[in-house]
Unconditional design. Structure first.
Length: 525
């Protein structure tokens, strides 16, 4: 290839929301910039999902051929909690040597397909995009090619970027590692594992008020609304902080700047102005097709190919069906009776629903066989392992979406005009849940499902009882609200937010302007 080729390497985290956001961004770039080539590394078990996402964009061959996908690792992740840790470990171990071969112009074998990809005629990468969850990869890539521009790829909320990477003076966790090291020296922590102490330090919540730049408030413990199993991933999070604040040249945000305008402004102040990092709000490109109101047939006709879903939906009234899905990883497996209570409330109120059990953690607490049978025989519920979420949300029968509140699911709900009902767990999820349900008033958040420290007194008022009866009662209240003036108001506010997203992605709009800035930063392309 010609020397004018701009080769960008990327490493993606093994969550569909992260994959979808990255593919949307790179697909748009290769479609509009004929000299851009992408190499994307992914843990082998998620290679097909990555490939499927690329295929969904129906790129011309001339563009698609410039997206090179490389699966790494020979180890299977397994099931349950192991499926969370293994991909992170294997990605950190296997991507750097594969990248080194690519940068040297060698040949790399994809462990997912067995295909050999030759790089003898492709220049070394000038840019490395490292996901927020792959900081050890970003660090290694920078060490292998010191001149490469390292950019963090951030597919989450702007508000959580301030929380995760900002300093204490703005309510951030930037000093988390130093604080943990200090805590390790305390007598009460002698002999305790670092990760265990780190978790305690992060979640040290005395009940102070957290104030978002966008206007909403919550008690500090409300940022951890669900009891979560202990895990040894604090080193990854700490490395992610170092990646963004020290090693990286800047960050690419896969969401529109004006979706959370004041949080974005805060990022520009402390991260761009004060720290000298580059910032690119390239827009929520993963939902462009929904915003353009392209029919499912234009996006691949996936829904029509799922006969059982098509049959279930065909006679349902407009806006009557609920979708329940907790994303790639999350599921309330420590308190599965809350899921049962949710479904019981839907059955009792004669509300039709689709329950997608795609989450890795859902295997830890499956529905009882007799309960599954009762759901199916009722004619009100459809249970499936996976759904084509974007296409399903566009169906006229869909009216509400029970979601963990990941960025991808939240944006897809907004783009489709389907009211989100948040059941957040951790990280960025409570940020979107509070922002959309309280500040923008275009969704609901279930608070009776809260567990652990997050079940304390909510800032918005009320008491978290946490019983199955309280969960069912809250769900019934939401059903009633959706059918009345409150539901109408929330849908109206949702439409305004959708219009804001649409405007930012218009040709020549804010997202395009930021993309031009991105290429100017890279020296033109």
């Amino acid at each position: 290839m010609a020397n004018s080729t701009l080769h960008i390497a990327a490493c993606v985290y093994t969550a569909l929301g992260h994959i979808r956001a990255l593919v949307a961004f790179i697909s748009d770039l290769v479609d509009t910039r004929p000299n851009v080539v992408f190499t994307v590394f992914v843990y082998k078990s998620f290679f097909r999902k990555l490939e499927d996402e690329v295929n969904r964009w129906s790129l011309p061959d001339s563009a698609k051929s410039r997206i090179r996908l490389i699966g790494v690792s020979e180890i299977d992740a397994g099931e349950g909690l192991a499926a969370l840790a293994v991909p992170l470990e294997e990605t950190a171990k296997c991507v750097p040597p594969a990248y080194a071969t690519v940068a040297a112009g060698g040949a790399v074998t994809c462990t997912s397909t067995g295909n050999v990809l030759d790089y003898s005629e492709i220049p070394a990468p000038r840019v490395a995009l490292s996901d927020v969850m792959t900081p050890f990869v970003g660090q290694a890539l920078k060490a292998i090619t010191p001149n490469v521009k390292l950019l963090v790829f951030w597919p989450l909320t702007h508000g959580y970027f301030n929380r995760f990477y900002g300093s204490k003076n703005i309510g951030g966790l930037a000093e988390w590692e130093e604080d943990t090291k200090s805590a390790m020296a305390e007598e009460s922590n002698q002999g305790r594992p670092f990760a265990e102490v780190a978790r305690d330090v992060e979640r040290r919540c005395p009940g102070g008020l957290y104030r978002s730049p966008d206007g909403w408030e919550a008690y500090d413990y409300e940022l951890y609304p669900q009891e979560m199993p202990p895990g040894d991933i604090s080193p990854i999070f700490m490395a992610s902080i170092s990646q963004a604040r020290i090693m990286a040249d800047g960050t690419v945000f896969a969401c529109s700047e004006d979706f959370e305008p004041k949080s974005a402004h805060a990022i520009r102040e402390w991260y761009e102005r004060d720290m000298g990092k580059s910032v690119f709000f390239v827009g929520s490109r993963s939902v462009q097709r929904i915003l353009k109101e392209e029919s499912p047939s234009k996006t691949g006709g996936v829904l029509e190919q799922r006969e059982e879903l098509h049959t279930f939906l065909k006679d349902k009234a407009a806006k009557s069906v609920w979708l329940i899905s907790f994303g790639t990883f999350f599921y309330p497996f420590l308190h599965p009776s809350h899921v049962t209570a949710l479904i019981e409330a839907l059955l009792e109120s004669q509300t039709p629903f689709i329950f997608a059990q795609a989450s890795i953690m859902s295997t830890l607490a499956p529905l009882a066989p007799e309960f599954r049978e009762r759901i199916v025989s009722s004619g009100l519920g459809h249970i499936t392992e996976w759904v084509p979420q974007q296409e399903l949300l566009q169906h006229p029968a869909l009216g509400a979406f029970v979601t963990h509140g990941g960025a991808n699911s939240t944006l897809e709900a907004v783009a489709a005009g389907v009211v989100p009902i948040f059941w957040p767990f951790t990280t960025d999820q409570p940020f979107y849940a509070t922002y959309l349900s309280q500040q923008l008033d275009c969704g609901f958040e279930l608070i009776q499902v809260r567990t652990g420290p997050g079940a304390q007194q909510p800032r918005r008022g009320g008491i978290v009882q946490g019983t199955d009866e309280a969960v069912a009662g809250e769900v019934k209240e939401v059903i009633e609200c959706l059918g009345g003036e409150i539901g109408q108001k929330k849908r109206s506010n949702l439409a305004e937010l959708r219009a804001r997203l649409t405007q930012s992605l218009e040709l020549g709009g804010a997202a395009d302007s930021e993309t031009e800035k991105f290429f100017a930063f890279l020296g033109g392309a």
